[in-house]
Design a binder for this molecule. Sequence first.
Ligand code: AHM
Ligand code: MG
Length: 336
Amino acid sequence: MRIGTTLSNYIIENQRHTHGATGQFTGLLNDLAVACKKIADLVNKGDLLNVLGSADSENVQGEQQKKLDVISNLVFIEALHHNGHVAALASEEMDEVYHLPSGIPRGKYLVLADPLDGSSNIDVNVSVGTIFSVLKAPEGVDYPAEQDFLKPGTEQVAAGYCLYGPSTMLVLTTGQGVSMFTLNRDFGEFLLTHENIMIPADTNEFAINTSNQRFWEPPVQRFIDECLRGQDGPLGKDFNMRWVASMVADVHRILNRGGLFLYPIDAKLSAKGQAGKLRLMYEANPIAFIIEQAGGLCTTGRERIMTLAPESIHQRVPVILGSRNEVERIIGYHSE
Ligand code: AHM
Ligand code: MG
């Protein structure tokens, strides 16, 4: 019986094809995989470990943290900070950049993460995930500042997510397509299960939180209205709708069978002074990198997500992504 291609096999093979590679990037991806395996175990055991429920604390964005949000963030730091692969870390659950303690060797990379995406699903046993984005660190800087993280998505060297669903799956891009790995819990390895994922260009499935409908802008109102009018409407086809409320799970479905995901700007968010719901640096950018590598598009409706110039690590943006032809249609509605 063969073992198959482990995540380690896969990244070491990639390293062989990268001129001047030192093994640090390979080490970093291994660290990330360890963090994901640990979080998968916590999510899986849930109530048995007394890790569900509220943490009685808020993050920098004033959102109530769950115990598992806080614990996953600690796992992320522990797995990444001491192997000499990163120079600093940032996450949804930390107000400021995390600086490595003195005495720990500085690595070549910066990592941003949403340690546990889909907070509202944690306590109800619905799929959640970890999202990560990897950037190059500035050379010779012991304590990279927030400014050093503020690079457009096009400068990511890798991005991925781990989905904690019926199976635990790690989805990764290093800019050469998208690969999927499934965790074999029996021997604790991620094994390559899909390569060169491509999102179908057309779709008849969309995901949006329609409870916000009355707050949407006209282009999104128009598009969803046309979807709902189905075969008799201008789009000439019937649509299906899904909304998991964990972006990783909605994105995973889109990678596998096509579809659209929209978390647009709306009047309710604007009234709170927010430019969107999702965070650019550790949600939208890494997911955009994956979606584009799989042939899809990711936009605010008006601009490509990956070329936005970030202003802060916790910045929010509108996100519209998925099957190319329908995203192009929505972009067109925004420009009319
Ligand atoms: P989180 O990082 O606090 O979990 O928030 C992000 C999540 C996304 O995963 C999901 O698509 C969205 O928020 C759901 O929002 P809503 O509850 O408004 O439907
Ligand atoms: Mg999130």
